[in-house]
Design a protein around this ligand. Structure first.
Ligand code: GCO
Length: 444
């Protein structure tokens, strides 16, 4: 048995997102995910976020539960349409008050709040005038960020501008399986650029409204491996890595788009104004990395960009994502070596499995516990190699709305009965409790 100790003051936490947990639809404006849920066939069984798991009304009990589980940090997202129902104009004080109360509740429970400003719920009113395809939305985002940071900035000291701009841009505008549901590569790259621009524009505004705070961005990153060492497969891995990772990492940390992928994009490249990349690459205090799995790729002329993503033998979660803990070590060490972020947080890592609630209210989710134990150990390996990893947020605190999968995928360490809304800590929550309390992971 070995005990892997984490650095002192390592931030163990859980993560959620507004649309996925809050509900309270009657007290906010409409967003693009409300619209997407009503688009027949787009979301599993037409599920929606009207109630979700009603965190909007149950947040006090949820904070108590977090504290009981020994978490000392909580990553949540602010709903733009709950602050500005139409995305601009009159502030919805009820919404701003809700987040202020949530932050106070967290602080009173000894839990550090980490606030994400955008986790995909763009106000419908802004989508109607172009959404992220419009450069104006970057400015609207800054105005929204200012309002939130002005109100919460005295108590929130860790800010994440965006969650996974790659998913927002590509899944929402190239693949069409997320809101707003377009399938246009040029549009996707332009959306990605405006997301990055809004990030860079917001950084100084947040710093000014929340002095002494740490500001960062969260990217979903995939370590990419060639199936063989052939020149063709190595090139396929370079292309996949460029499209999945470097397209966002390079602008934020190096102030330019990756030349190889820019060339590949051809006429689809985004319209970029002269100062944009210097704005986007303004220094930040940390990078959030969401890690779920790896990409194993081979050269295949019939595949997108000549790349085929493989599905190797191995263990998979209910999302059909390969369980590959070594990939977390590899992406952490690679990002630190190539981009030198001042600090890194794992802002999401977790898994969906088919959970069963027993008659006595327990969930024996051994697979999830094993997954988390292995990934915590992988993170520890990166720290041992000098990576400035400062915290780890398990996705997710509780079962919630899993986007196009609706409520059919459970990622929580706390089980939620979606009818009664009762919460039941799973065995994995008790495992996380022991890790957080001991600040160590025990490997059998
Ligand atoms: C993401 C989002 C989360 C998801 C989670 C599981 O990374 O896709 O940040 O909202 O629910 O990752 O897919």
């Amino acid at each position: 048995m070995s005990r892997l100790r984490f650095p002192a003051d390592f931030a163990w936490g859980s993560a959620t997102a507004s649309f996925q947990i809050e509900g309270g639809v009657e007290e906010r404006g409409q967003c693009i995910w409300d619209d997407f849920c009503r688009w027949p066939g787009k979301v599993f069984e037409g599920d929606n976020g009207d109630v979700a798991v009603d965190h909007y009304h149950l947040y006090r009990a949820d904070v108590t539960l977090m504290a009981r589980l020994g978490f000392r940090a909580y990553r949540f997202s602010v709903s733009w349409p709950r602050i500005l129902k139409e995305g601009i104009g009159e502030v919805n004080d009820v919404g701003l008050d809700y987040y202020s109360r949530l932050v106070d509740e967290l602080l009173e429970a000894g839990i550090e709040p980490y606030a994400t400003l955008y986790h995909w719920d763009l106000p419908t009113a802004l989508q109607r005038v172009g959404g992220w395809a419009s450069r104006d939305t970057a400015s609207r985002f800054v105005e929204y960020a200012r309002i939130v940071a002005d109100r919460l900035g005295d108590r929130v000291h860790h800010w994440i501008t965006h969650n996974e701009p790659w998913v927002v841009a590509m899944v929402g505008n190239l693949y069409g399986t997320h809101a707003p549901g377009w399938e246009d590569p040029g549009l996707a790259l332009q959306v990605g650029h405006h997301l990055l621009l809004s990030h860079g524009l917001a950084v100084p505004v947040i710093r000014q409204a929340s002095p002494g705070s740490q500001v960062g961005i969260t990217l979903n990153l995939y370590p990419t491996y060639p199936a063989t060492t052939s020149a063709e497969d190595l090139d396929a891995a370079r292309i996949q890595d460029g499209f999945s990772n470097r397209w966002f990492l390079d602008p934020v940390f190096k102030g330019h788009y990756p030349e190889d992928i820019w060339a590949l994009a051809g006429a689809q490249v985004p319209r970029v104004e002269q100062a944009d990349l210097s704005i986007i690459s303004r220094p930040i205090d940390f990078l959030g990395i969401n890690y779920y799995s790896r990409h194993l790729v081979a050269s295949d002329p019939s595949g997108p960009m000549g790349v085929q993503t493989l599905h190797p033998e191995g263990e998979y979660t209910q999302m059909d994502w390969e369980v590959y803990p070594q990939g977390l070590t590899d992406i952490l060490t690679r990002v630190y070596a190539d981009y030198s972020p001042r600090a890194i947080y794992v802002t999401e890592n977790g898994c969906a499995y088919e959970d069963v609630l027993t008659s006595d209210g327990q969930v024996h989710d051994a697979k999830r516990t094993a997954y988390l134990r292995a990934h915590f150990a992988a993170a520890h390996k990166a720290i041992a190699q000098g990576v400035p990893l400062r915290g780890y947020f398990v996705w997710s605190l509780m079962d919630n709305f899993e986007w196009a999968y609706g409520y059919s995928r459970r990622f929580g360490i706390v089980y939620v009965d979606f009818q009664s809304l009762r919460r039941y800590p799973k065995d994995s929550a008790l495992f996380c409790q022991s890790v957080a309390q001991e600040n160590a992971v025990v490997l059998n």
